[in-house]
Design a protein around this ligand. Structure first.
Ligand code: ADP
Ligand code: MG
Length: 634
């Protein structure tokens, strides 16, 4: 029989495909098994509509066998099969998908989960094979046909033998090269692993001969009189796929425990997730999703090593292990599975990013996750707090990311420790604000303990207002984007105008500014460029001094930038402000000193500045010189 040439386009496409569409050679098995499953689906359709077919649903099976010596893998099915004509059309023409047509012609309620729709999957066999033989007998046909090809040079179709309806695809595996070890695919365990990974949820049973061994008593005894045992290997023809994916089952068919067990096994977590979110969407795109919100952040979560993403399945076939584009950055901790019969097996990362269908699935899932987190926060506050310990910073990074565009989604999920020793959401803070309080007060520091004791929160607490303690590295950046909540401005207790003075207090303060102008000028002159401004404090009650800033860069932000690798001289600097408590005895003695001994007064100023730096947790420029200075006063 004459060799037929592939169509010219087919040739070019085949080269392209074999070398570039698929990044992993191993997916060839998934493609061939999916085709077998499709063929059975089609046959199942005939069985249901034609009682004379003599077959029942339970007869359907896919078999994978390996012949190591002959270097072949054969995937057999008892699906619809192909006539010689079908072979010509389906295997001789790339990008023609009969399965796609079949699916489109089905009525809506047909029991069919046909996967194919692209018409290129079959050719992936050539990534690992130098020859592929397809022997098939079609439903309703008397004769069997054999299609054979060694790749791009063409194919032959001849008459063949096959007793029953179905197809055998035999792949002759390539010899190993220096770069590629094709022989690995001749290992039963490797193939079994590929089935579990990619085709575990194909809904027809996949059989393989699996070798297992055990020690058995022989019935004899050895010299010592002990029973003799021998190792017996048995080969069993076993079903190796689990068939029904847990996420395809109805909510009432699967217990919470089962879902949790599935999560731990699939995503390698020791802890139970805090939530399982299940979605069963019908409509323009129908899909099922099973999502998990973990309890604890994996050790590498905040590093570049962490790979976020959901698993994408198309009718039970894995098409992508970590699809990171489905959920937004701020929910990158969510694990889980999305399965839609509308996904194409040949989906690539590039396609995904622009896919409208996926975008709409993504935004729907995002909403579900958000409302689940809100529910947890309200109904299971303890659990939510545990979750928040690990992932709170991620939610905050989410607000900073995209310049605050997502703050409406995220702000209600935030929690803060407060100066009153409580944990509050922004909503709870606002709800509990006493009459007259107009701002949301917060203070930034590196620990809750330190934040609580900072002198500048005293006047706010004295008023009976609570203060949010912001102790995460990302907090000062996040607050900049948050800016307001429920129309109430966020007020940094250290740097912003507190807005809590009465008219009378304001007047008093202005008088003080006037009265102590000389002292302030002296201090500023002494400190020079170390500080941007010196002023009489309106915040200090008990303490003598404190250091704050002016403008957008706070001390915490300066510190953050200083600690970044490659931080240099011309780094982002905060404009420092030194505040003095004019009621404090230290201030009084400074005032006296300026009159009597300017040199000593200058030393005193430097000491006060040093003390303010220490209180603000700002490192002293020269600790030794500072220590000498303090001790020189005695
Ligand atoms: P797709 O599966 O996207 O349609 P493929 O390249 O994987 O594309 O397969 C091309 C076509 O070959 C299928 O649509 C189907 O008609 C036919 N085919 C492949 N394998 C089998 C099989 N085992 N039994 C019957 N038909 C098959
Ligand atoms: Mg296919």
């Amino acid at each position: 029989m004459a060799k037929k040439q592939f169509k010219a386009e087919t040739k070019r496409l085949m080269d392209l495909m074999v070398n570039s569409i698929y990044t992993h050679k191993e997916i060839f098995l998934r493609e061939i098994v999916s085709n077998a499953s499709d063929a059975i689906d089609k046959m199942n359709y005939h069985v249901m509509t034609d009682p004379s077919s003599g077959m029942s649903r339970d007869d359907f099976r896919i078999d994978i066998s390996v012949d190591e010596e002959a270097r072949t893998i054969t995937v057999s099915d008892n699906g619809v099969g192909m006539t010689a004509k079908d072979m010509e059309k389906n295997l001789g023409m790339i990008a023609y998908s009969d399965s796609f047509d079949f699916k489109n012609n089905l009525d809506e309620n047909a029991d069919s989960k046909v996967i194919g729709q692209f018409g290129v999957g079959f050719y992936s066999a050539f990534m690992v094979s130098d020859k592929v033989t397809v022997a098939s007998k079609a439903y309703g046909d008397e004769e069997a046909s054999v299609w054979e090809s060694k790749g791009t040079d063409g194919y032959t179709i001849t008459k063949g033998e096959r007793d029953s309806v179905g197809t055998d695809v035999t792949m002759h595996i390539k010899e190993d090269t220096d770069d590629e070890k094709y022989s690995e695919f001749l290992s039963v365990n490797r193939l079994k692993g590929l089935v579990t990974n990619y085709s575990n949820y194909i809904r027809w049973p996949i059989y393989m001969n699996i070798e297992s061994g055990e020690w058995k008593d022989t019935g004899e005894v050895d010299e010592k009189g002990e029973p003799k045992r021998e190792y017996i290997t048995v080969i069993e023809n076993k079903v190796i796929n689990s068939m029904i994916p847990i996420w395809q089952k109805g909510k009432d068919e699967v217990s919470d425990e089962e879902c949790i067990e599935f999560y731990k096994q699939t995503f390698y977590d020791f802890e139970d997730p805090v939530s399982v979110v299940r979605v069963d969407a019908e409509g323009l795109t129908s899909y099922k999703a099973m999502l998990f919100i973990p309890k604890k952040a994996p050790y590498d979560f905040y590093t570049r090593d962490f790979q976020p993403g959901l698993q994408l399945y198309s009718s039970g076939v894995l098409i992508m292990d970590k699809c990171a584009d489905l959920l937004p950055y701020y929910f990158r901790f969510v694990r889980g599975i999305v399965d839609s019969p509308d996904f194409s097996l040949n989906i690539s990362r590039e396609v995904l990013q622009h896919d409208r269908q996926l975008k709409s699935i993504g935004s729907n899932l995002t909403k579900k996750i958000k409302s689940e987190l809100e529910r947890l926060m309200k109904e299971e506050p303890e659990t939510y707090r545990e979750f928040y310990k690990g992932f709170g910073p991620q939610l905050k990074y989410g607000i900073v990311d995209n310049y605050g565009m997502d703050k409406d989604t995220l702000q209600n999920l935030l929690l803060f420790e407060t100066a009153e020793g409580k944990t509050k959401s922004l909503a709870e803070y606002v709800e509990n604000m006493p009459e007259g309080q107009e701002k949301i007060y917060y203070i930034v520091s590196d620990s809750v303990e330190r934040a609580k004791n900072l002198p500048q929160i005293e006047p706010v607490l004295e008023k009976g207002y609570d203060v949010l303690l912001m102790t995460d590295e990302v907090d000062p950046f996040m607050v900049n984007f948050l800016n307001k909540y429920d129309e109430k401005p966020l007020c940094n207790v250290s740097t912003d105008d507190l807005g809590i003075e009465s008219e009378e207090e304001k007047k008093e303060a202005e008088e003080k500014d006037e009265k102590f102008k000389d002292v302030v000028d002296f201090v500023k002159e002494t400190l020079g460029n170390d500080v941007e401004e010196v002023r009489i404090s309106r915040k200090l009650k008990k303490h003598a001094v404190f250091l704050t800033t002016k403008g957008n860069i706070t001390l915490e932000m300066e510190k953050y930038f200083m600690e970044m690798p490659g931080a240099g001289e011309e780094n982002v600097k905060a404009s420092k402000v030194l505040e003095l408590n004019s009621e404090h005895p230290a201030f009084r003695s400074l005032e006296e000193m300026i009159k009597s001994d300017k040199e000593k007064a200058a030393k005193m100023v430097k000491i006060m500045y040093g003390q303010a730096s220490i209180m603000a947790n700002v490192p002293l420029e020269d600790p030794i010189a500072y220590s000498d200075l303090v001790l020189s006063m005695f």
